[in-house]
Write a protein that binds this ligand. Structure first.
Ligand code: ZN
Length: 171
C-alpha cells in the first residue's frame, strides 16, 4: 500500500509501497544499525498536481554512516541521473530521505541546514523538495519551497496500524 500526504489543498505526495519498503528496510531497529539515506525519485503527474515517489536510492559505499549521522555522497545524484536517463527523462529528483534511531523522528539542525541547502542549490522540477525521515515506528515527511519555511506534511492515508495517542491528523 502507498503512503499519501497532503502537500497543499490541491496537491498530494504519494510514496508507493516499493519505495516505502526500500526505506523501511534501513529502519534502525537494532542498537548497532547506522543511519541510512538517499534520494527520492519519481514523477509529477500530468492529470493532477500530485507527485509520486516511485523509488529511492539506498546507501552507497561512499556514504559516511554513523548511529546518529549520515553524510550522503555524490553517488546518489549519479544514481538519480542514471535512472533519469534510463526512464527517458521522466524520472525526476524529488528530495532526500534518511533514517533516525528512535520511534518517531524529528529533524536535527543539521537536517534542516541540509534541506535548505538542497532546496537552494539542487536542480529539480517544480517548486519544492520532500524530506522523509524514517523512524522505527513511523515515517514523517517535511517539505520546503524556495520561498517558504520547512513544514511537515499531514498524512491523509495510513496503512499500518498507528500506536494510540500519536495525534495523527486524518482527513
Ligand atoms: Zn537526521
Amino acid at each position: 500500500m502507498n503512503f499519501v500526504y497532503r502537500v497543499t489543498p490541491t496537491q498530494r505526495l504519494i510514496i508507493v509501497e516499493h519505495a516505502i519498503k526500500q526505506m523501511q528496510a534501513f529502519a534502525q531497529h537494532r542498537r548497532w544499525d547506522r543511519e541510512a539515506g538517499g534520494v527520492l525519485m519519481g514523477r509529477h503527474l500530468l492529470d493532477s498536481q500530485d507527485i509520486v515517489v516511485d523509488e529511492v536510492s539506498t546507501p552507497q559505499d561512499t556514504d559516511h554512516r554513523g548511529r546518529c549521522n549520515f553524510f550522503r555522497s555524490y553517488k546518489h545524484q549519479q544514481v538519480a541521473h542514471q535512472r533519469w536517463l534510463h526512464e527517458h527523462s521522466t524520472s525526476a529528483y524529488l528530495g532526500l530521505w534518511h533514517t533516525h534511531p528512535g520511534l518517531d523522528p524529528t529533524p536535527s539542525s543539521v537536517d534542516r541546514r541540509d534541506w535548505e541547502n538542497a532546496v537552494a542549490n539542487d536542480v529539480y522540477e517544480g517548486s519544492r523538495l520532500f524530506f522523509p525521515i524514517v523512524g522505527t515506528e513511523c515515517i514523517r515527511v517535511w517539505t520546503k519551497t524556495r520561498r517558504d519555511a520547512i513544514k511537515e506534511l499531514v498524512e491523509v492515508r495510513r496503512v499500518h496500524r498507528q500506536p494510540a495517542g500519536k495525534g495523527e491528523a486524518q482527513e
